[in-house]
Write a protein of this length. Structure first.
Length: 295
């Protein structure tokens, strides 16, 4: 199908984009990579009167390390994140996550900001960012605010962004030394959205016991969620099969993924439990240097 008609705007600077958002607010949609918005327009699931194309805002395409923090401009393409030596070296969970996103053609156009603002509960980048305790900076003509992930993701496909706000930057804190990471997921066909998954960071102390853990679940709830009880179960423990299995069980105890034609709620729950267990074991092995993925 063809999209409904709309007025197209292509601002060349942030100030102009914010002025357009202020003027048109909830009658408008931001166009970044278009990999989610254009299908929504074509299926007429979205019918904005104004489309504000931010592809001319080159100032929002960057990956840089400031202090220990990674700053990702909202217009950074998935492919740039995938090829970033900086991310590979210091935030390898992000690189592992982005490699699961769709296909190379989509990663060449899709943006980090678009994935975050679209807030699909089965999207890999948001779930990795939740495991990494990321913060999101929004700009509007009213000012700038930074929002932690807990307040940012409100529900499926819904965030705390106001209609006149543009997501401009994602901030990812430093990962503790001695950490390992893993993103495990399952989809029926390569490149499809996953039926379930988990992003895990595990930090081990000198004795090999867990002194830090983050477990974020993909496709388990309307937003990416942290399995905090499971994280607590790992603390102070050496990560054995038994410990990982107990934590994975606790991780899914608190969630009830919705079922659909691709898989029932029970199937997804059991799938996510398996994937959490595998991700914990992989992350722990990487933290011990048993894999090339030590952070
Ligand atoms: C066939 C196919 C398979 C896919 N598979 C996956 C997958 O497995 N995993 C996955 O995670 N994704 C997948 N995607 C989606 C893809 O990753 C998109 O790139 C991503 O969801 C959106 O990024 P975008 O830059 O294309 O955003 P757009 O499509 O341009 O925008 C998406 C939404 O975010 C808003 N938006 C965009 N940027 C901003 C901003 N800076 N500030 C405020 N609002 C903004 C838009 O208004 C729109 O509502 C798939 C897409 C396709 C077509």
């Amino acid at each position: 199908m063809k999209p409904p008609s709309f007025s197209y705007h292509d601002p060349t600077g942030l100030g102009e984009a914010l002025a357009l958002l202020s003027q048109y607010g909830d009658e408008s949609k931001v166009l970044a990579g278009g990999q989610s918005l254009v299908p929504l327009l074509n299926f007429r699931l979205a019918a904005p009167e104004h489309v504000i194309d931010i592809n001319g805002l080159g100032e929002l395409a960057y990956l840089r390390r400031t202090g220990g923090t990674l700053k990702i401009g909202a217009l950074t393409r998935h492919a740039s994140l995938e090829r970033s030596d900086l991310a590979a070296r210091h935030w390898p969970l992000l690189r592992e996550a982005v490699r699961w996103v769709a296909h190379p053609q989509i990663r060449n156009r899709g943006t980090v900001g678009g994935s975050v603002a679209h807030a699909d509960p089965a999207a890999e980048i948001p779930v990795a960012l939740v495991a990494l305790d990321a913060r999101f900076t929004a700009r509007s003509q009213r000012g700038t605010r930074t929002i932690g992930w807990r307040d940012f993701f409100s529900s499926a496909l819904t965030t705390a962004l106001e209609p006149d706000e543009l997501l401009v930057e994602v901030e990812v804190p430093e990962v503790a030394p001695g950490s390992g990471y893993a993103l495990a997921e399952y989809s029926r066909r390569h490149g499809d959205f996953a039926l379930g998954g988990a992003a895990v960071l595990v930090t081990l102390d000198g004795s090999g016991a867990c002194c830090g853990a983050a477990i974020a679940l993909l496709g388990a709830a309307p937003t990416p969620v942290r399995a905090e009880l499971a994280e607590k179960l790992l603390m102070g423990e050496k990560i054995t099969e038994h410990v990982a299995a107990a934590a994975a069980h606790a991780a899914v105890d608190a969630v009830s993924p919705s079922g659909d034609i691709h898989g029932s709620s029970e199937y997804r729950t059991s799938l996510i439990e398996v994937l959490v267990r595998r991700a914990i074991l992989t992350a722990a092995a990487r933290a011990q240097g048993e894999d090339d993925g030590k952070a």
